[in-house]
Ligand binder design. Structure first.
Ligand code: SF4
Ligand code: SF4
Length: 68
């Protein structure tokens, strides 16, 4: 699946509690758990959407970038 133009995968740092459910699902290993927070290597993310429904606290989303 191609990346969405002018969009960015984002982690809501206020919601994420580090359960790692999303990390295990990502087929391109774009997600890394550091302590109790997930970080995304955004250029690696394919915007495939696989991980987003798996987050129990809805911390993951693909948002339009503000400067586009
Ligand atoms: S949207 Fe897809 S590629 Fe991006 S972090 Fe989630 S599972 Fe990985
Ligand atoms: S599934 Fe949600 S709460 Fe769990 S590590 Fe990923 S972003 Fe954080």
């Amino acid at each position: 699946m191609p990346r969405l133009a002018a969009h960015s995968f984002v982690v809501d740092e206020d919601r994420c509690f580090g359960c790692a459910a999303c990390v295990a699902l990502c087929p391109v290993s774009a997600l890394t758990l550091v302590d109790i927070l997930v970080f995304v290597e955004e250029p690696v993310c394919t915007h495939c959407n696989l991980c987003i429904p798996a987050c129990p606290v809805h911390a993951l989303s693909i948002e339009p970038t503000e400067d586009n």
